[in-house]
Design a protein around this ligand. Structure first.
Ligand code: ATP
Length: 585
């Protein structure tokens, strides 16, 4: 049972996780969780909520676990007295790593228990054992965190020692949860939506408030901490510097005319810059820059840091914008070049010089202690223009109700090398994390975001790489990913190389020239059209698909849905091409 002077046991968390995983109803899941979470200490509850959603770190923490599934596998196999063949046989009944680990540890005899002390971890390592040497929730959490701090010579062995200590202290259910968390794959059937429901129920706080606070203050787990510590959740509704706010997102519209109509005839149009979303935080002379997924990318964008120090006229601010790579002529450089700046951590000065970045801003969320989120867009834009000066620039914009003028602005954006425009409702507030109808994006080229679920080696020159990608969209009903096409087009050699390494690191199956991977890599795909296809269970396939970019800034949960593709099917009566499948052709 939770609580007690020694703290909650990790096994309590594991059994709740299993109960949640085996419960079908969302409502039930949330209630089970709420009952468990509300009796924990604020720290325990925060960490429980994070672990249950497969996370050990906040997105803006620079730490990573650095544990691959073969490592987990090696450690777990070393704990049982059985030969490799036996282990593999038992494991094969498991649908994923967590389940395989659970089966192996329940069915096969364990070697002598290694006690935690043997590893000399102490508190902060694998310490924090509760009664009778059992793992506590806090002990397991801090051991997992400690993995990120292990580096330098011999780090692999030291990491494995921590893992061995953890897994030897774990019963099969606990090991199942650990494995799930370690490989970042939560087969717990626990979406963030359910966690938000659970937090709202545990705190007795309205759901909308929890959702908004989570988007502003670093996620549902942080809201839970504040509530359980007796704080006021309302205090989390306003942003604070150095805690990234979930960015407001846009919905697609077909053209500017349609977008104007949707917004009631009058709107502001801004260039849709083809870059990387950035949220700049500034206070007390410190600048931090966060990505769309709230990672801290400050060290990748020194120009933005310098630009902020030079061009910001206030003492504290949170600004939202897009960073682009710009050539000497002021035109945007290709997105692929921009990505080079973000793929490497050790950024040589020469790369910085060759691919100079520039930040264009389009929103402001906080100025000198005053939140501006709820001000209308027009007012925020005025504030933005007052508080920044070159080298920080506002993104070019116009306000209009004239469809022709809007069309011309769109043409101007595209001919200046940008993707299109974002059309914004002048009276709308900034809604963190929302993809609402107040921002409409109009692009020249139609694209969708899909997840790579498998790949094959290419032919000829491309044989060196996994270069033919199986692309999947989300089925919103089941949450599963369903294949909708294949392509080998669009990537540069350098990108094929990167992708091959990436896919290998997340492989779940490799045979011959084929690799199946954990669904992690999102790609933006352009295509000629969508057609009905008997070949794919989804019933739809993309024709002439081509990857336009690798979206490391997007998570698979953000991939487009099959429904969106179905909307793009030719309507009854419209001519449908005979060709059965064009993707990859
Ligand atoms: P996309 O895949 O179209 O780039 P997205 O899915 O990343 O979009 P959306 O909310 O759908 O995100 O589209 C808005 C994105 O466009 C923002 O996340 C931002 O990175 C980029 N962008 C460029 N210019 C603007 C602008 N003027 N206003 C808002 N967003 C802009």
């Amino acid at each position: 049972m939770p609580g007690g002077a020694r703290g909650t046991l990790f096994s309590d968390l594991a059994s709740i996780a299993r109960e949640v995983a085996s419960t079908a109803s969302r409502r039930e899941k949330a209630l089970i969780l709420a009952r468990f979470l509300k009796d924990l200490s604020p720290d325990e509850a925060t960490h429980a909520a994070m672990l249950l959603t497969g996370r050990v770190f906040h997105p803006w923490e620079p730490a990573r676990l650095n544990v691959s599934w073969p490592t987990v596998w090696r450690v777990v196999s070393s704990l049982v007295s059985a030969d490799e063949r036996e282990v593999r046989e038992v494991a094969s009944a498991g649908v994923d790593l967590g389940e395989a680990v659970r089966l192996v540890l329940s069915a096969l005899p364990r070697k002598r228990q290694e006690t935690l002390a043997e590893f000399g971890q102490g508190p902060g390592g694998v310490g924090g054992e509760g009664a009778a040497g059992r793992l506590t929730l806090e002990g397991a959490y801090s051991a997992l965190r400690s993995l990120a701090g292990i580096s330098g010579p011999g780090s692999r062995a030291r990491r494995e020692a921590v893992l061995r200590a953890l897994f030897s202290a774990a019963d099969p259910d606990e090991a199942w949860l650990l494995a799930n968390v370690l490989v970042g794959e939560t087969r717990l059937g626990l979406s963030e939506g359910i966690l938000l429901d659970a937090v709202a129920a545990a705190l007795g706080t309205p759901r909308w408030k929890v959702e908004r606070a989570a988007a502003v203050a670093g996620g549902p787990a942080e809201v839970l901490r504040e509530g359980l510590a007796g704080g006021d959740v309302s205090s989390l509704l306003s942003p604070r510097t150095f805690i990234p706010v979930r960015p407001m997102l846009a919905q697609p519209a077909d053209d500017v005319g349609e977008a104007l109509d949707q917004l009631g005839g009058e709107a502001s149009l801004e260039y849709k810059l083809d870059g990387v979303r950035v949220q700049i935080h500034f206070r007390g002379g410190r600048v931090a820059v966060y990505s769309r997924r709230m990672s801290d990318i400050t060290s990748s964008v020194p120009e933005v840091v310098r630009g902020t120090l030079e061009g910001l006229r206030v003492d504290e601010a949170i600004l939202d914008g897009e960073v682009v790579a710009e050539g000497r002529d002021g035109r945007p450089l290709p997105f692929q070049l921009l990505m080079r700046r973000f793929r490497r951590l050790d950024l040589p000065e020469e790369v910085v010089r060759r691919i100079p970045l520039r930040a264009y801003l389009f929103d402001v969320l906080l100025v000198d202690g005053r939140p501006t989120l709820d001000e209308p867009y027009e007012a925020r834009r005025r504030i933005l223009e007052e508080v920044i000066s070159p080298p920080l620039d506002p993104v070019p914009s116009i306000a209009t109700s004239d469809p022709d003028e809007a069309g011309e602005f769109m043409e101007e954006a595209v001919s200046a090398g940008h993707e299109g425009v974002v059309v914004k409702r002048p009276s709308s507030p900034y809604v963190p994390g929302a993809r609402g109808g107040n921002w409409l994006k109009v692009k020249r080229v139609r694209t969708v975001d899909l997840v790579i679920v498998a790949a094959e080696r290419g032919y000829g020159r491309r044989h060196r790489w996994y270069s033919d990608y199986h692309l999947a969209a989300r089925d919103p009903e089941t949450g599963e990913l369903v294949e909708v096409g294949k392509t080998f087009k669009g990537l540069t050699d350098e990108e094929f190389e990167w992708m091959t390494g990436k896919l290998r690191s997340i492989a779940v199956e490799e045979r011959g020239g084929f690799i199946r991977v954990r669904p992690e890599v999102v790609v933006e795909v352009a295509f000629s059209d969508v057609q009905r296809s008997p070949k794919y269970p989804s019933g739809v396939a993309l024709r002439f698909a081509r990857i336009v970019r690798i979206r490391t800034d997007k998570s698979p949960e953000e991939a487009d849905t099959v429904d969106r593709l179905r909307e793009l099917l030719p309507r009854e009566g419209e001519r449908e091409e005979e060709q059965e499948e064009g993707g990859g052709g």
